[in-house]
Design a binder for this molecule. Structure first.
Ligand code: HEM
Length: 137
């Protein structure tokens, strides 16, 4: 178990520029990826809008800002292509990106949040597609 406390969202954890760098580098990798690229290209119609929206999302999680407005769960529930390997790939590219930012506390919080959210999306997606799984708790 990691004894060190997880960093908390704070304005001095990272700058807006670092958040912007994370999002642009990450989705740059996603777009070039053989597995994830086609899924995103099929659903994202305006990439610049998506980037700015995702900067607001990560800025909220990492810096505690309050610009993000959205419905992430619903947006993912309608992506028919979702499957476990895609989430694993998503997390791999995300971790590679955060590792290259040179800000270890930001990296820890971002990786932790991404993992928890990915698990949540995947669990909810399975529940919504196969409601009989609900009885398994
Ligand atoms: C297999 C993994 C994933 C895929 C294929 C995926 C795909 C997508 C796509 C296609 C959109 C655009 C939807 C639209 O605008 O209609 C989107 C939006 C978004 N994604 Fe993901 N995603 C994945 C995992 C994640 C994870 C793990 C997170 C968070 C840690 C995340 C956060 C978001 C957010 C915040 C939005 C914007 C939602 C909104 O507009 O309210 N995604 N994603």
């Amino acid at each position: 178990m990691n004894e060190e406390r997880l960093p908390q969202p704070a304005l001095d954890l990272c700058s807006e520029e670092e958040v912007d760098r994370l999002v642009r580098r990450f989705y740059g990798r996603v777009r070039e990826d053989d597995m994830l690229g086609p899924v995103f290209e099929a659903h994202v119609h305006d990439w610049e809008e998506h980037m700015l929206h995702l900067v607001d999302f990560w800025s909220a999680l990492l810096r505690g800002t309050r610009r993000f407005r959205g419905a992430p769960v619903q947006k993912h529930m309608v992506i028919d292509e979702l499957r476990e390997e895609l989430f694993e790939r998503w997390l791999l590219l995300f971790r590679q990106t955060t590792a290259g930012l040179g800000n270890p506390p930001m990296q820890r919080l971002a990786d932790d949040a991404a993992e928890r959210i990915a698990e949540n999306f995947w669990r909810r997606f399975q529940m919504s597609r196969w409601p009989s799984l609900q009885m398994l708790g």
